[in-house]
Design a binder for this molecule. Structure first.
Ligand SMILES: [Zn+2]
Length: 248
């Protein structure tokens, strides 16, 4: 199809299902709004997400609200408790400490290994990845930023060439991404990305000692910066927490 005929086709296409979707939100839209509110710390860990309340807020049935909650549970952002309902995930302080401790044990070895074997192409891959981190942070996309910040570590592990270590680290990074998403401040995400850039520079110059030292310090700083706290009994107004996310 030529460009002109494609434009004509687009212009003459009937408006799609606009009437039916005017009020009721799609499951995707509900998932997106709740996930964004969690990432932006408007819905703190442990907040109860009642089906009925969500149904009212989004103008949908309880069934649809439940579908959205199940999707969020698959992404581990929401925990479903039998007979009690759905809650924003709340990794415990102990779990967070253990995940970071395990990373501190493994990652220095992974980084040391990677400094030895890194090719110019792999370093280029890390630089491109770093540019994506920066873009996500610049646009305040907290979820994309946390995903990319975590994935930076997985990339290094994958490229370092030990598949077992890469698998273990992928699992640990997924768990810590949820923890940082829930408990890390934006300023800390920015600092993390800066440290990633420094780490790439050490790898490029084959400075194994500096790279290992920075990787360790980086994990310690990320962990220390988490606003970890035990469950609070604070009651969150779901409607106002989710309303702020409604613009897009
Ligand atoms: Zn990092």
């Amino acid at each position: 199809m030529s460009q002109v005929s494609r434009q004509v086709a687009r212009r003459s296409a009937p408006p799609r299902r606009r009437t039916a979707r005017r009020r009721a939100a799609t499951t995707e839209a509900i998932v997106e709004r709740i996930a964004t509110a969690i990432a932006e710390h408007r819905l703190p860990p442990g907040t109860k997400l009642g089906e009925e309340a969500l149904g009212e807020i989004f103008g949908v049935s309880r069934t649809k609200a439940r579908q959205a909650l199940h999707r969020l549970a698959t992404d581990k952002l929401v925990t479903l408790l039998p007979h009690r309902g759905a809650f924003v995930a709340q990794p415990t302080v102990l779990e967070a400490r253990e995940v970071f401790e395990a990373r501190r044990v493994l990652e220095p070895a992974v980084v040391a290994r990677f400094v030895d074997v890194a090719t110019p192409d792999q370093i280029e891959t890390l630089l491109e990845h770093h540019a994506r981190e920066q873009a996500a942070i610049a646009t305040n996309d907290a979820r994309a930023a946390q995903r990319l910040l975590g994935w930076f570590h997985v990339l290094i592990a994958e490229m370092a060439g030990n598949r077992v270590l890469a698998d273990v680290l992928r699992e640990l990074v997924m768990r810590s991404s949820l923890i940082t998403l829930l408990y890390q401040t934006t300023a800390d995400s920015r600092r993390s990305s800066e440290e990633h850039r420094e780490l790439i520079a050490h790898i490029e110059k084959r400075e194994v000692e500096q790279a290992v030292e920075l990787a360790t310090r980086h994990l310690e700083r990320v962990e220390a910066g988490l606003a970890l706290r035990e469950p609070s009994s604070e009651v969150v107004d779901l409607k106002s927490a989710l309303a702020a996310a409604g613009a897009g």
